[in-house]
Write a protein that binds this ligand. Structure first.
Ligand SMILES: *Cc1c(COP(=O)(O)O)cnc(C)c1O
Length: 378
């Protein structure tokens, strides 16, 4: 038996008739950039989220970058990001010329620890950029409270949080603005790159609209030096089909996550993801932590089970950020998590039987002679 970490082709097959029809509709119309599909998707996604405005862009990184740019963030400004995030969060800040300021996550939620944010603020801080990592919403009341007291902007990196809920509201509507990615592997994924900026602020939405299209509001007249980062018609048509099943597929992920948790909660020392009251994950990933991570991953691989590490090296330790000269060990929680996290197979392609098989192998691994004793030492 094999359990792939992800199987995008099977999710295509499930919706093949609708997806093929949507693609064909766009191809035969002959209009491929900034047309009806993008316009309709923007309306439908905003309406799904309960958001005011949605602007489709080329990818998630650009969604973050263009949002920062729309708020006028640039050289001399500082932006708070979690120390254990995917590097895109930090890159967006660097790309507008601002300074990345890392703040450690809570070791259990893996999300930025609000209790550590104030110590990182300076007179130059302009933005807090929480990430709803693995789909679990960040502690937004605490973050918004700090932001309000210090006059800061909150931009949610919602690239892993399509359909996550916090206090009854969708991730992406919890701060001043939010960035989504529609990279194929995300909960709402296109057949290529795609992204969106979501906000209640009409000026910011209009600014992003201008920036994504050469800084132009009227064809061949350019107000600012913008870029080319547009969600295309084919991807928008695909996303419109997939948006209709997002809650159903997220529901499937939830059933699988709960199945994992009930099978694995007794494994001594294995840390499982959990949701606090009022936080509902979209279960983009099901991430466990264990000091035996590499060995466990090998065991799973030998038995035909795919797993991944999100992420093996924190941004501050990447060569791309060597110029920041941040000493090794400056972010011990991010370091420890990067050594211990393991993402088990998760997605709408999986059955309960798949999850039971994976769980059995995980339990089996920890029951091997000798392991629990040394394990308890950690
Ligand atoms: C995927 C992702 C991004 C970037 O999205 P792309 O569409 O790949 O550019 C940004 N932040 C986080 C947390 C992500 O997971």
């Amino acid at each position: 038996m094999k359990v792939p970490f992800l199987d995008l082709a099977s999710t295509y097959r499930e919706l093949q008739a609708e997806l093929d029809a949507a693609l064909h509709r766009v191809l035969s119309k002959g209009w491929y950039i900034l047309g009806e599909e993008v316009k309709e998707f923007e309306i439908e996604f905003a309406s799904y989220l309960g958001a005011e405005h949605c602007v489709g862009v080329g990818n998630g990184l650009d969604a973050l970058k263009l949002t920062l740019e729309a708020y006028g963030i640039g050289p001399g400004d500082e932006v708070i990001v979690p120390s254990n995030t995917y590097i895109a969060t930090a890159l967006a800040v660097s790309q507008v010329g601002a300074k990345v300021v890392f703040v450690e996550p809570d070791a259990h939620t893996h999300n930025i620890d609000p209790g550590r944010i104030e110590a990182a603020l300076t007179v130059h801080t302009k933005v807090i950029m929480p990430v709803h990592l693995y789909g679990l919403p960040a502690d937004m009341d605490a973050i918004n409270d700090i932001a309000a007291r210090h006059g800061l902007i909150v931009i949610e990196d919602s690239a892993q949080a399509h359909g996550s809920l916090y206090a009854g509201k969708y991730a992406g509507t919890l701060g001043h603005a939010a960035a989504f990615s529609f990279y194929p592997g995300k909960n709402l994924g296109a057949f290529g790159d795609g992204g969106a900026v979501v906000t209640a602020d009409i000026d910011i939405a209009e600014k992003v609209r201008e920036l994504r299209n050469y800084g132009s509001r009227r064809k061949y007249f350019n107000e600012v030096r913008g870029c080319n980062s547009r969600l295309d018609e084919l991807q928008a048509a695909v996303l419109r089909v997939k948006l209709r099943v997002l809650d159903v597929w997220n529901g499937r992920r939830r059933v699988l996550a709960e199945r994992y948790s009930s099978a694995l909660h007794k494994v001594e020392g294995l840390c499982l993801p959990s949701e606090m009251d009022g936080f509902l994950s979209c279960w983009h990933l099901y991430v466990v932590t264990t000091p035996y991570r590499d060995d466990l991953q090998r065991h799973l691989m030998q038995n035909g089970i795919g797993s991944m590490i999100h992420y093996p090296l924190p941004p501050y330790r990447q060569r791309a950020y060597a110029d920041l000269k941040i000493a090794l060990g400056s972010f011990p929680i991010a370091d420890k998590l990067s050594d211990q996290v393991l993402s088990l197979p998760m997605g709408p392609h999986l059955s309960i039987e798949d999850v039971d098989y994976v769980s059995e192998l995980v339990v089996d691994y920890f029951m091997t002679d000798g392991k629990p004793a040394s394990f308890l030492a950690h």
